[in-house]
Design a protein around this ligand. Sequence first.
Ligand SMILES: *Cc1c(COP(=O)(O)O)cnc(C)c1O
Length: 404
Amino acid sequence: MTTSPSPIVDEPVPRPRRWGDAELRRLAEMVGQDSLFYWKGPQTTALTREFQSHYPLRHVFPTSSGSAALHVAVAALRLQPGDEVIVPPITDMGSVIGILYQQGVPVFVDVDPRTYNLDPAAVARAITPRTRAIMPVHLAGNPCDVAALVALARPRGIAVIEDCAQAWGARLAERPVGLEGDLACYSFNDFKHVSCGDGGIVATNDEARGAGLSKWGDKCYDRVGGGREPAELAPNYRMSEPQAAVAAAQLTKLNALVATRHRLGTRLTHALRSVAGVLPPETLPGAYHSYWFYFLRLELGRFGVGRDAFAAALRVEGVAAGAGYIVAPVYRYPVFQNHNFFGGHWPVRDSGLTQMDYRSVECPTAEAILRDGITLPINEAMTDGYIDKVARAIDAVAKRFRKD
Ligand SMILES: *Cc1c(COP(=O)(O)O)cnc(C)c1O
């Protein structure tokens, strides 16, 4: 990568030290245990307590990944083959993997052009008699309007699974994300705000579904009653004690780390409001964005260059800008375009249980966001001064390329 001889951002991206004494203390305690199994494990218990201090949810099951947590949540709904789950098209594959393994049908619904999150009006139009769940994703840490989705879902007996993988620490109206829906899922993968390498959590206040959570991620074994004769099919998605030890320690740092990211992201948004042609992300009233990353859009008609050239010019000025987020909406991935889910086949479609054809799905707003969006890293090691340089660089590049 070439930077200009005197880039506006004249320092490398600051990198936080993510693991330290808190993790070492937990790991030292763990090494003295005689078992590293999750069930009644001290580290898993500590992780559950720490999680519940942030998210007051009664039933908690730590999993081997965020995708696993989402699969467990979907399994807890006991879908029938061909049942539909509404999802946004700008998300991680982890949102849809569990739906497909449970023989459900992901139904992609368009997003809001300013928050990039599921548009409740579009969701309302997509509900059919087969809709069993809605899965909002709090993209990049920006809280989605879950209350509006719950208002659509509850009267129809539809469940809401909140994908909070990117939204550790995000809040709406003073309440952390994950409490409004029926089930909430979180990720500890290496790139998330807090991490134990890989891991996840699924949690709920729903008594009926909560009691069975561990079953859906632990081979359908009954750890409570001791039963080992599975009544149904379930994978092994258990988290073990080493991961739980690190994850528990990580959560003690969550509030401080998110407060810094929130301050930095908000500062960048304020600075960018005066840059014509650059559209910072918008948040719902009362939303506390936790900035897993920063996602802005360009009004491409106002610039003499395309998005990729704009992002390249930012990099020359020392900004770690990414051209877009995922390369295409999830339904455009080959696995969906070819309906290639199980050895080149999709049994629920082959047997007539769904008419879904992903080649004819179109979500124009999601496509536009991925065409004109630019992503920027935000992390807790950055300072106000660093963010001010990033804002100055964006302003300078916008001035250089603006036509009006
Ligand atoms: C990271 C992520 C997941 C999956 O998490 P893994 O731990 O990587 O399996 C699911 N959904 C979203 C929106 C994510 O960002």
